[in-house]
Write a protein that binds this ligand. Sequence first.
Ligand code: SF4
Ligand code: SF4
Length: 408
Amino acid sequence: MDDVISSLSVCMQCGACVGSCPVTGLNNFNVRRLARRAYFGWTGQDVLKNDVWLCLLCARCHENCPQGINLPEVMVTLRQQAVKVGATPRMITLMKSNLSKYGNPVGVEAKELISLVNEVNLPKSGERLFYAGFYLLADHIESMVKSMLRAGVKVDKVATAAAILQRVGLGGLLKAAMRGVGQSYRETLKKYLLLLPKLGVEVSYLYEEEPWVGAELHTYGLLDEFAEHAKRVSSFLKERGVKEIITPDPISAMAFKKLYPEFVDGFSVEVKTFIEVVAEKASKASLELKNPVGAKAVFHDPCMLSRYLKVIDEPRVALSSVPSLNLVEPIRNKQYTVCCGAGGLEVINPSLAREVSVKSVQNLLSASPDLVVSACPMCTMMLKLGVEKLGAKVEVIDVGDLLWNSIA
Ligand code: SF4
Ligand code: SF4
């Protein structure tokens, strides 16, 4: 913890982080000022209860910092301090208890979550594992976020969200959310499961036994809990003989690839994103996409993919193989992508998260596309909210759906 805060000693107060931060201008959040206060130990209740929870961990500031300061890491450290003094938003407490009770943060039985993909017949064991991650939970998260937006959580402080929850009751809100839950992300998941054999990639899938990656524990500063959870998941994967993970979910990919080796001694599972697998096939000319998708498309680089995992060229290589797809670029792209507004903020302050998604969509619209291609279920969810808010005439599609349309 001390090392992370000490890294702020080389800060030149240049403000490049503030200029790159998508939350800047939407409220009083100022990452440079927050980092300064953290360095001097001036993090009072106002900071720990509010400001530290408004960051998306999108790492745009880190990408632009001339001193290479890892501000997302600073944020996680400050959240760890906030957790220690009990300044944790209620939604996080609920997610934590769901995880221990149901094995996932949304609080739905695994059998129910996988009911749609149950009919896809893949082996349940094997060295190369397909991991669904947030594709399994996104329908429920979207429903919850939309419910909170309807309940009127405003762009303000975390305390406002807490007050709304107090008024409508967290249980009532979640029950209402679960009534309207869709299954579009699980439809997409099913296509991913069907696509891999078509691409000649053999995988196993654990169905209801898939252990939850637990990335949100790290996001919200519950580092001891994350370490314990990651160790349990790691032992389970070892028992099942898993040596490689392929996942379309960049959040899970980042957690398995970057966080697990840091928190679990000897974690050595190879991790690849689905889009990397497709790009490999495309560059070896062994990808046969036959159906044209006549559209002007822009790819939204997810922060996890472009900044954390440095997977930048691969989505473009994969999409270039789709017949009749005209791929164009927005003003800010690749490692300078504008975060979709998720990163955990979607459940802490959905209204603020949606304001960020509007900025992200505005950037994508700079390329005048008729299709926005996403490679992350949380990005898809937020970009759809941004498009709806702006009333923009553009369709948001997951890359799995797009490839399915071109191959099936
Ligand atoms: S960009 Fe880096 S050096 Fe500049 S103010 Fe922010 S943290 Fe400090
Ligand atoms: S990680 Fe993203 S949201 Fe957080 S301070 Fe940096 S730029 Fe802003």
